[in-house]
Design a binder for this molecule. Sequence first.
Ligand SMILES: [Zn+2]
Length: 454
Amino acid sequence: MLIKNALIIGEKESFEGDIRIEGERIHEIGPALHAKEGEKLIHAEGCLAVPGGVDVHTHFDMPCGEIRTSDDFYTGTRAAIAGGTTTIMDFSEPAKGASLQSGLDCWHEKAGGRSFCDYGFHMTLSRCDEQIEQEIVSMIAQGVTTFKAYTAYKGDLGVDDRELYRLLKLMKKYGTLLMVHCENGDILEERRKELGKEAPEKIINHALSRPNEVEHEAVSRVIDMASLVGAPVYIVHTSTRQALDEIRRAKQRGMSVFCETCPQYLLLTEKRYSLPGFEGAKYVCSPPLRTEEDRRRLWQGIREDVVDTISTDHCSFLFYGQKSQGREDFRKIPNGLPGVEHRLELLYSCGAASGLDYTKIARLTAGSPARIMGLYPKKGVIAPGSDADIVLLTRDCPKMITAASQMQAVDYTPYEGMEVSHCVRDVFLRGHQAVRAGKVLTKVPKGRYLPHRV
Ligand SMILES: [Zn+2]
């Protein structure tokens, strides 16, 4: 197959050219490649050819108390591929006290034969006992080399500092990577109690119970611990200017700290929590949306290469039926936003509008996450030998993001009414065309499990 006359977005530069795909891989890239006899031609004049998106932070089919996220692997990855994301990494979460193996088996069952994207797993570590080292070694052998710990949610998913320190030492020993959700759990629980007593019906109290300091304190503590141990660390969903500054300083000291943020922190602010009625519940996620100043500084962090990756933290709950559990009490609103479908279009559109180079957007949404998670150069880049995961984006027919037109199995989108100038036309997963003219072609999921390596 030959993709003709696209603006190819490479790692460092963009150039007009053609891409030849043979089998499931990119065979060659160049100006004016000649079509072979019988070769299929895809005309891409006026389109960008960007690497298939790599979203390394999703929660599909995730239990949450009595309910579960509204997107499972089938609907979630179908929406992802419709939006140009060809690889996802989801968090496998063993039940409380259960073995890592039981968590991995469970996630394989959820995703097997039901994923439109290629997929890998991170493993959540919510305990650090005698057996954990052996279990981690077994995970590595099965292609899981990235792990996650929570400094919040103690008594459930969270670990304390002693456990976190031990886990970081194990990561160092095996060359694996710990991703950390950084919020000071004790303080935020205390504030939730206080604010829940005062005015449980006010949704803004969700944000006030988890202010910037709560994130910053945990980021700073985790960075210090990682520095002490000499292990790299990946800070998930960075939302505040203070945390960003902390990460910048650690990088300047030469530490391996990776910074992830998400479209919601780049595009929305906490003003949404004060919308009339119960509307603000749509935006309840943790960490919460922040101020305009935080938003502006995160974009600055992108320009200065402090931010490494932009993932979605896609975690969808229905507005009617799930979010509505918290109508009387903000503490009962399930935390999470949908977004896997719109990440690429939003970032290429808003990024370009704010003057970012296309190559940088490609690195943030594909190249860097693939590198950090051990999937590169198979994933994340348009280069000979890499998987032919390619997205053609058009720039001449802008569209509006609406819940009515989305594929995510959820009854709203936090980006309702936003116009995107860069829209997905065609998507190829390992050379197979998955999307044509914006429509998902197949009902049969073709995604494969991606073991990753240290
Ligand atoms: Zn998450």
